[in-house]
Design a protein around this ligand. Structure first.
Ligand SMILES: Nc1nc2c(c(=O)[nH]1)N[C@H]1C(S)=C(S)[C@@H](COP(=O)(O)OP(=O)(O)OC[C@H]3O[C@@H](n4cnc5c(=O)[nH]c(N)nc54)[C@H](O)[C@@H]3O)O[C@H]1N2
Ligand SMILES: Nc1nc2c(c(=O)[nH]1)N[C@H]1C(S)=C(S)[C@@H](COP(=O)(O)OP(=O)(O)OC[C@H]3O[C@@H](n4cnc5c(=O)[nH]c(N)nc54)[C@H](O)[C@@H]3O)O[C@H]1N2
Ligand SMILES: [Mo]
Length: 768
């Protein structure tokens, strides 16, 4: 064997050590310094060389032939072309669109996780390039915790900063008596952190809590949202009813005189409005434990007992990000803060609230010791943006109006769409609607590794090099390690590094120098490393030079704040450390939000029933479908890898169904089922289990969308939940996605099983 070497690579799910044989990665394993490396690594080799890899630039046939509407996007065949031809076409299109409509007609929000690596970050590269061409319309926010991003600044402060300051798990182990988890704390999700995670610390930290005798309550439709080691008490709730449950708890605190009035007085504003609402003084409906019990399915006695326990010791209230990815997702967060304020433990070690534990590997576990170097994106001359989840609305309503953060705004008229590093036909809701929306632009360009459904909806598809096919370094946004990422193998087919693609395009458009700044990739890497290195020096840490680092092993750095307690400073001195809210205090009532006069988000937390259920009085679609993150991959990435495939049932994504719900429909484990509602339908593989509560099903996200356009509602053959989710926003305040609030029905699928085509190449044709 000629060349058998083990090499480092970094990804959002951890440091990988690759075995490379003859210019081919044959396996990737976790690094020895990681106490709980992720099995997602086992997908890399299979996916990198999978059948779906894009090997050459390709153009949609009808678009190339000059009759773009002849066959709809997503159903057309592709014509492979040379790189020169593809780049000439793009340069012409950019010039044409800019001249005819201006840069405001270019939408390059390009939402998505892409790959780890400080320099080759797909979105940053695209944005830097387009900024040198007059700019583009961007998107604001994310699909993860958008309601938090939009609500928190009004009521406590900037969400991203706050979550970085989350109370550390060892502090909880030491000080907490009880952790009440709305939406649980799924260990499977803590495999991942944006940009990378060097050590998976969550299971050890949770185990330490269990050993220290901390009690956990898992309020979630899914029992396995709490790690087994916690032996958590499971209170299955109706999805979307957490706000009501919190109100039942808060009502009990009021009724039984268990509120910390001094805390409320000194640190919050607006408690009086919340109290009046809870007592039913404003709407004749006391939000008592019985009321909450009816809406949540949790016994009223249980609610009262839990409220007393929460007041009787040091209690941490945790709200999973998934709980705000629901109809009116602002409310459970606001109510959790109100509840924590009533308990008066905010800012105390092991007490208070956190929104976002479990959303990634690092929150509450580690933070970066200083800021890493970045690729400068330049300045975008276009100021227009859309809230990220309004992509279909924007494309279907050019110049249409909408509300956001109390403003009346207008959608841009997007004539060109460019996506690099994201997969909207994975991440967006109501894919049949997105398919229609993707028919409206004049030109769609997609840079991808694989023939995803998004690539198949493009006019021009550019094959790009994967993380293991280019040189970079990894450093997670909230991690404390630096990971060399030497190029391990040659790119597949004609795939190219995105930086080189943009440099060639900029040359065609006459301003290569502006994009490259006269630097090679190596020059940039050196620069970004040197910035990182000089910040390290200021923090008292010595780093090697770029070449020595690249040839070496992972560099672990110290933890800047192992003892941190969220809002401890505010508690110690509420004047000196006043919060950046209008009042400087925690706003249980917000004059600003009340002033927006919205139907779906009032000036204080309020109860709103989830919409799909409310709109279906006859219960035609009786099952609540949850669609959280998959254990076996990152979103849709590496879905065609060995580990992801090993969990499929008859090739389809597994859906968890309670034994009672399965029996009522004659379904057993291993059956293929058809899931459906008024928006769409898909096939999935039944896994019958009492892990999921009755009346709910759970279909993991990320199975590559595989529509059969000849079947009813263009049935997806593979199990992508987003054919069933609605495309409504959480509220007019934040316009966030609400993917977890979808109602469906399902039945055994008796027809012959259609083959899955999503992991194959698309059909190709000839020009003309
Ligand atoms: N129903 C439902 N839907 C959801 C969610 C849910 O809970 N339920 N969760 C939402 C959440 S929280 C999120 S964050 C989103 C995630 O949505 P996305 O971030 O869009 O999902 P990914 O599968 O990570 O897509 C990244 C894409 O980038 C490609 N890629 C990787 N590296 C590179 C690169 O270097 N260059 C280029 N050009 N491409 C690259 C990958 O092949 C992949 O297709 O999904 C959301 N969608
Ligand atoms: N392995 C892996 N890990 C990941 C990712 C991945 O793709 N794969 N993605 C990462 C990303 S981008 C993100 S944003 C995070 C997401 O992290 P989270 O948002 O925490 O994850 P979800 O899986 O969407 O939801 C967590 C749980 O909330 C519960 N839930 C849903 N709706 C409700 C509700 O109305 N009430 C209650 N009480 N519970 C509810 C569900 O049972 C679900 O299991 O995960 C990250 N981690
Ligand atoms: Mo996310």
């Amino acid at each position: 064997m000629s060349d058998h070497k083990k090499k480092l690579t970094a990804s959002h799910w951890g440091i990988g050590v690759a075995t490379v044989v003859d210019d081919r990665i044959i396996a990737v394993e976790g690094h020895e310094s990681d106490p709980a490396a992720s099995e997602i690594n086992a997908n890399i080799a299979g996916s990198l060389y999978g059948k779906a890899r894009i090997l050459r630039p390709a153009v949609r046939k009808s678009w190339l032939d000059g009759s773009p509407a002849a066959v709809p996007r997503g159903r057309d065949v592709f014509v492979e072309v040379s790189w020169d031809r593809a780049l000439d076409l793009i340069a012409q299109e950019i010039t044409r669109v800019r001249k005819t409509h201006g840069n405001k007609a270019i939408f390059a929000g390009s939402y998505g996780w892409s790959s780890a690596g400080r320099f080759h970050h797909a979105q940053s590269q695209l944005k830097r390039f387009l900024n040198t061409q007059g700019g583009f319309v961007r998107s604001e926010g994310n699909y993860s915790y958008n309601a938090a991003l939009g609500l928190m600044p009004h009521i406590v402060g900037p969400y991203r900063q706050h979550v970085a300051q989350a109370t550390r798990w060892p502090v909880i182990a030491k000080h907490s008596d009880l952790v009440v988890m709305f939406g649980g704390m799924a260990l499977r999700n803590t495999q991942v952190s944006d940009g990378g995670v060097s050590k998976h610390r969550m299971s050890d930290n949770l185990e330490a809590c269990a050993k220290a005798g901390v009690d956990f309550v898992n309020i979630s439709p899914l029992r396995s949202d709490a790690a087994d080691v916690l032996a958590a008490r499971w209170l299955p709730v109706q999805p979307g009813s957490d706000t009501a449950l919190m109100m039942g708890l808060a009502h009990t605190l009021l009724q039984e005189d268990l509120c910390d009035l001094a805390f409320l007085q000194n640190y919050t504003v607006g408690f009086e409005q919340v109290r009046a609402y809870l007592m039913g003084e404003t709407d004749d409906q006391p939000k008592d434990a019985e009321w909450a019990s009816n809406l949540t399915g949790v016994d009223a006695t249980e609610i009262r007992a839990l409220a007393r326990r929460m007041a009787g010791g040091r209690t941490m209230i945790s709200v999973a990000a998934g709980v705000q990815r629901t109809d009116f997702g602002e409310q459970p967060m606001w109510m959790a803060i109100a509840l924590a304020a009533m308990l008066g433990q905010i800012g105390l070690p092991g007490g208070g609230y956190t929104v976002g534990y479990g959303v990634n590997a690092n929150i509450g576990n580690i933070e970066r010791p200083f800021r890493w170097g970045t690729l400068p994106q330049g300045v975008n001359p276009v100021s227009e943006f859309i809230p990220v989840a309004m992509i279909s609305e924007m494309l279907l309503n050019p110049a249409g109006s909408y509300q956001y953060q109390g403003q009346d705004r207008t959608f841009p008229d997007a004539r060109m769409v460019w996506w690099a590093g994201g997969n909207p036909f994975h991440h967006h809701q109501d894919l049949n609607r997105l398919h229609d929306a993707f028919q409206t632009p004049e030109t769609i360009i997609v840079n991808e590794l694989n023939w995803t459904a998004t690539a198949r909806h493009a006019d021009i598809v550019l094959p790009v090099a994967a993380a293991q096919e280019r040189t970079d370094f990894g450093a997670g946004k909230s991690d404390n390690a630096l990971v060399p990422m030497p190029r391990l193998v040659t790119p597949q087919g004609e795939a190219r590094v995105e930086y080189d693609i943009y440099a060639d395009l900029a040359a065609r458009l006459g301003n290569e120098e502006e994009f490259t700044d006269g630097k090679s990739i190596d020059g940039w890497l050196n620069d970004i490393w040197e910035t990182t290195r000089s910040r390290a020096t200021k923090a008292g840490i010595t780093l090697p030079d770029w070449q020595s680092f690249l040839a070496g092993d992972v560099v672990h750095l110290p933890d800047p704040s192992p003892e941190q307690v969220f809002l401890a400073d505010y508690r110690s001195d509420p004047k000196k450390f006043a919060l950046p809210t209008p009042s400087g205090k925690i706003e249980l009532f917000s004059e600003a939000i009340a002033g927006f006069d919205l139907t779906d988000c009032k000036g204080h937390p309020a109860w709103f029933p989830p919409r799909d259920r409310a709109n279906d009085p006859n219960g035609e679609f009786p099952l609540a479908m949850l669609s959280g993150q998959p254990k076996t991959r990152l979103h849709s990435q590496l879905d065609n890898g060995a580990y992801s495939l090993s969990h499929k049932i008859a090739g389809r994504e597994p859906v968890l169904i309670h034994p009672d719900d399965a029996a009522a429909r004659g379904i057993k484990s291993g059956d293929v089922v058809e899931m459906f509602n008024a928006r769409g339908r898909c096939l999935a593989g039944a896994k019958v289990t009492d892990e999921i509560s009755t009346g709910c099903v759970f279909l993991w996200t990320g199975a590559w969308y595989d529509p059969d356009f000849d079947a009813p509602q263009a049935r997806d053959r593979h199990g992508n939940p987003n054919v069933l989710t609605h495309d409504l926003r959480t509220s007019l305040l934040t316009q966030s996605p609400a993917a977890h609030s979808a109602m469906i029905e399902l039945r055994a699928f008796e027809d012959p099983l259609p083959p899955i085509e999503a992991h194959e190449q698309p059909p190709f044709g000839e020009e003309g």
